[in-house]
Write a protein that binds this ligand. Structure first.
Ligand code: FES
Length: 383
């Protein structure tokens, strides 16, 4: 019996990775202070070659992966993106490009469409150029995003826009939705910041207060009602921050359950943030994706529930939330084995309550945030 067969026999519930996220690069022309990339990304500038990415895509598809995301950094900085899209189409993936729109052109959108890309999501920072460009750290970002959102729709794709919501733009909810209507958006994701990577570092300056959140949610609901009355097909998806929940999210639908992320240097991860954990993760350059997924200690670390301490171990909700998010448990308690402190049953839940109180009194302006750029990244890892 091979190692893989033996692992599968002892853990029969491990299904294939249905979602593959290819983080093609950490390079990005923007500097968003809530980027989920690692704080020390600047010390890791290695990237897989085109051939290595093609191999990852092939292996993933052979294992059963059906959804493929191209992200980064900004995936458009990879000159081989058309080649990877073509390969993805030939393999039969449903592929999605997650982009800031910077570096995109009308011609590229058409070329990607012709190569078989299924979906494009363009991110925005705010509803107006001043705030958008200040948060993005780029003077031309907003106009470019508007043009590219239109180009995506003109090419026959649904217009899918993403806004990361935080305390500096949450007051714009109505303006953001107005902008999306004017653009003719089909899907709008209003995703309140989740606190990993740079967002965790800037949490105090980004986290909205409960009052801000309640107001924003009411505004979204009102606009949904108006859209429905007007017969508009535009869909608003409002994602609340789990810091204001009493139960944790089933992060990644369970560790090593559906999602497989491959970082720019080939490190394979059960989620996009996991490289911050004190766990050794395998690399696609030295191990097959099959053996990484089924056999590697990193991917098996939090499968099942035998690793759980109390209160998760005896909790009747553990089959629903899997103990919550391992990265959040580590960031907030220093031990990734702990229950996610979002859970009100967690002995460390007071850390979440303290963050909520801090958000009620936060005074940090945009100028106080640490922006995601190589200089700040080097400061982080050089100390
Ligand atoms: Fe890593 Fe939740 S983000 S387990």
């Amino acid at each position: 019996m091979t190692g893989t067969e033996s692992a599968q026999a002892s853990a029969p519930k491990i299904g294939p990775p249905l979602w593959l996220l290819a983080e093609l690069t950490y390079r990005c022309p923007l500097q968003c202070p809530y980027c989920s990339n690692p704080l020390d990304y600047a010390q890791n500038d290695q990237e897989l070659t085109t051939e290595q990415w093609v191999s990852v895509l092939r292996q993933g598809r052979e294992m059963g992966a059906a959804q493929l995301g191209f992200s980064g950094g900004e995936p458009l900085v990879r000159q081989d993106l058309p080649e990877l899209i073509t390969e993805a189409r030939q393999l039969g993936y449903y592929s999605n490009l997650i982009t800031s729109g910077l570096g995109l052109t009308e011609d590229k959108v058409l070329a990607f469409r012709d190569a078989g890309l299924d979906h494009i999501q363009v991110s925005f920072q705010a509803s107006d150029p001043e705030l958008n460009n200040a948060v993005a750290g780029s003077r031309k970002a907003f106009e470019q995003k508007l043009a590219m959102a239109r180009a995506v729709k003109d090419a026959g794709y649904p217009m899918v826009l993403n806004f990361v919501i935080h305390r500096h733009n949450i007051h714009q909810m109505t303006d953001i939705i107005d902008l999306c209507e004017r653009l003719g958006a089909d899907y709008v994701e209003l995703a309140t910041c989740q606190y990993y990577g740079w967002a965790f570092k800037n949490r105090e300056g980004l986290m909205p207060s409960k009052a801000q959140l309640i107001k924003a949610e009411a505004e979204v609901n009102e606009r949904r009602r108006m859209l429905s009355e007007a017969g508009s097909a535009m869909k608003l998806i409002f994602v609340t921050p789990d810091y204001y929940e009493e139960r944790p999210k089933a992060c990644m639908n369970g560790w090593g359950s559906l999602f497989l992320t491959v970082a720019p240097d080939g490190t394979a991860l059960p989620c996009h943030s996991a490289r911050l954990l004190p766990i050794e993760f395998p690399n696609v350059q030295s191990q097959s994706l099959q053996s990484i997924w089924y056999d590697s200690p990193g991917f098996n670390h939090y499968r099942g529930d035998s690793w759980m301490p109390e209160p998760c171990r005896s909790c009747d909700e553990k089959g629903k939330d899997f103990g919550g998010c391992r990265c959040q448990a580590y960031l907030l308690t220093g031990n990734a084995d702990n229950a996610d402190p979002v859970c009100s049953k967690s002995p460390e839940h007071d850390r979440i309550l303290a963050a909520r109180r801090a958000a009620d009194h936060a005074t940090a302006g945009l100028e106080d945030l640490s922006y995601r750029n190589p200089t700040n990244s080097r400061l982080f890892y050089r100390g």
